[in-house]
Design a protein around this ligand. Structure first.
Ligand SMILES: CC(C)(COP(=O)(O)OP(=O)(O)OC[C@H]1O[C@@H](n2cnc3c(N)ncnc32)[C@H](O)[C@@H]1OP(=O)(O)O)[C@@H](O)C(=O)NCCC(=O)NCCS
Length: 199
């Protein structure tokens, strides 16, 4: 069950922020926003070396999602070029990670038997804790549902787990450690949610 206070905050945020599809022209700004997000909001969960090794390798934009029109930007209503938060969903088999990350699987999932994935949700530190992460989650879940999927999964960063638990996701028990070029290992938590239970 989703948390009612987080839901109310996200509902309030809909007055001031709007969604648009990310485009290929957004990639440089998205890369820098994702770096700012992790360095500002991920530092209690990952060491400096882990962040240095993973940003631009494991963490960054996934061009395939942008081309699929399944990656979105949340911006102030009057300023579409300002990226306050970004995130997406996917019908591709890749569970997480940027273009450069290991384990890319562009094959399509089957909505009748597979889960869709929630992908790369990031809020800029300046806009944290205003409900934008929750608003993005709701939007992506709605889009995945529109794509025919009733069940979702994600490879969550440790810094994302609190948000996802508030949104009704639970840990499946599976975890990954992704080895970065500088030798650091990034812990990723597999989480799942069945949309039927929350609609
Ligand atoms: C995780 C993240 C996207 C949350 O974004 P956000 O816009 O701040 O999320 P919301 O404002 O919707 O938060 C909703 C609820 O989630 C929980 N939550 C969010 N961030 C939290 C944090 N840092 N610590 C504890 N709880 C947190 C809280 O319960 C929060 O409600 P509250 O603010 O009323 O207490 C953001 O912190 C972030 O970008 N982190 C770094 C990148 C990252 O790890 N992304 C996940 C990739 S899988």
């Amino acid at each position: 069950m989703a948390d009612p206070i987080s839901e109310a905050k996200a509902q309030e945020a809909t007055q001031n922020y709007a969604f648009r599809n990310a485009t290929l022209e957004d990639i440089p700004a998205l890369s820098s926003m994702i770096e700012n997000s992790l360095r500002g909001l991920g530092k209690d969960h990952y060491s400096q070396l882990e962040l240095d090794g993973s940003i631009g390798f494991l963490f960054g934009p996934d061009t395939l999602l942008i081309n699929d029109n399944t990656y979105f930007i949340l911006h102030p209503v009057a300023s579409p070029s300002v990226i306050c938060a970004c995130g997406g969903w996917s019908f591709r088999k890749t569970l997480y990670g940027a273009d450069t990350a290991p384990g890319r699987m562009p094959e399509k999932r089957n909505p009748e038997k597979d889960r869709a994935s929630i992908r790369a949700i990031f809020t800029h530190p300046e806009w944290a804790r205003r409900g934008l992460g929750t608003m993005m989650m709701r939007y992506c879940e709605g889009k995945a549902r529109g794509g025919g999927f009733q069940r979702l999964e994600m490879g969550a960063t440790l810094s994302g787990v609190a948000l996802y638990e508030k949104c009704g996701y639970t840990r499946s028990g599976k975890n990954d450690v992704v080895k970065c070029p500088n030798g650091e290992g990034i812990r990723i938590v597999h989480m799942i949610k069945d949309l039927e239970a929350d609609s």
